[in-house]
Design a protein around this ligand. Sequence first.
Ligand SMILES: Nc1ncnc2c1ncn2[C@@H]1O[C@H](COP(=O)(O)OP(=O)(O)OP(=O)(O)O)[C@@H](O)[C@H]1O
Length: 251
Amino acid sequence: MIPVKVENLTIAYHKKPVLQEVSFEVPSGKLIGIIGPNGAGKSTLIKGILGLIPTASGEIEVFGKEYKKQRKLVGYVPQRGSVDWDFPTNALDVVLMGRYGHVGWFKRPGKKDMELAKESLDKVGMLDYADRQISQLSGGQQQRVFLARALAQDADVYFMDEPFVGVDAATEKAIISLLNDLKNRGKTVLVVHHDLQTVDEYFDWVLLLNMRKIAFGPTEDTFTVDNLQKTYGGRLAFLKEKTAGGKGDVV
Ligand SMILES: Nc1ncnc2c1ncn2[C@@H]1O[C@H](COP(=O)(O)OP(=O)(O)OP(=O)(O)O)[C@@H](O)[C@H]1O
């Protein structure tokens, strides 16, 4: 079954389209990078798929059905900047929220939910902070807690919006190793990502986006100089170095 199928998706803000006729089929069990310049529509694409913003036209299917019917199967880690961190709740409760799809909003989480939540906090190295208010965590720690929430949810497909922003090198390594664990358990993970230097290393597939789909496919065939030029308009020092065979820097 195809985890996510998007067909002719168009999304507009105030009647101005920011995503136009985007179509792709996400293969199962892959780690997929969503790559493109600022304002390319990467977050908009994810929010559109998850029904968080209205779409102008197009079809979206998650494991063969509309998203609303498949919520339980989908995990989402939003951009850190888009979350209200002053909301008075502790790290463990944030992770438990990941279980609500299973528990139901009006029931108390059970022992199994609590165990799973703690296990997830442990996996991201945050168990010692379970009782800490989220407003009192550092940016990287907050990111880890959100990742733990997604893990606790035990979904089949995950969307993560820039999980590496503002985290240190050790946290980035920890996150990528978790994403690989998820993949090895057959999950599909889509990640909005900005650091072009790590794309080859991190992702099996890439979606290159700039208002339209520029390319989608296995990283080795798709993350090419030609496609990057089409996506970024040739403004990158990275391109020069990639052409020369080096890893390249992003300006
Ligand atoms: N709530 C909104 N109202 C109006 N315009 C918006 C809104 N959110 C995003 N946009 C616009 O839609 C376009 C796509 O934004 P989006 O956040 O999806 O880009 P992105 O690729 O995720 O960018 P970044 O890499 O900077 O996070 C941008 O031009 C942005 O200004």
